[in-house]
Design a binder for this molecule. Structure first.
Ligand SMILES: [Zn+2]
Length: 135
């Protein structure tokens, strides 16, 4: 029990650090480059290493900001091209040419069946039968 709790705490701190490193990378990207170098790549590298060491996933919205080919911090309009292609968002790294695709869909109106299940579940979950869910 105790070990589990400690593990969760460690994971929590690791995640906080990852998020913070991405914040720093973002802030650095907006600054003017003095020598044309960015600290963003280094921050991202550290975030990846923390994630691997403590086995914490990098949140997906942040993962999209890393190139899968060269692991650089991607800044759309600067070193990355973002395009909508059919059902995919295609991000091209302008450093190494790697293309990353992520599917996206327009939000659908909520389904009636789902709403029915939700309202029933909220009302009285214990009396819910299989028949209620299927109709
Ligand atoms: Zn790249």
């Amino acid at each position: 029990m105790k070990r589990k709790r400690r593990r969760r705490k460690v994971e929590d701190i690791a995640l906080q650090r990852i998020v913070r490193l991405f914040e720093l990378a973002e802030a650095d990207a907006r600054k003017k480059d003095v020598k044309g170098r960015s600290r963003g790549d280094r921050y991202v590298q550290l975030a990846r290493e923390i994630g691997m060491r403590y086995r914490v996933r990098i949140p997906s919205h942040l993962k999209m900001r890393i190139c899968r080919g060269c692991y650089s911090f991607l800044i759309p309009g600067k070193n990355a091209r973002v395009r909508l292609r059919g059902d995919y968002i295609t991000t091209t790294c302008l450093k190494c040419g790697m293309q990353m695709r992520r599917p996206y869909k327009a939000p659908r109106p909520p389904s009636r069946r789902r709403e029915k299940i939700n309202s029933k579940a909220r009302f009285n979950f214990s009396k819910l039968t299989a028949y209620d869910i299927l109709t």
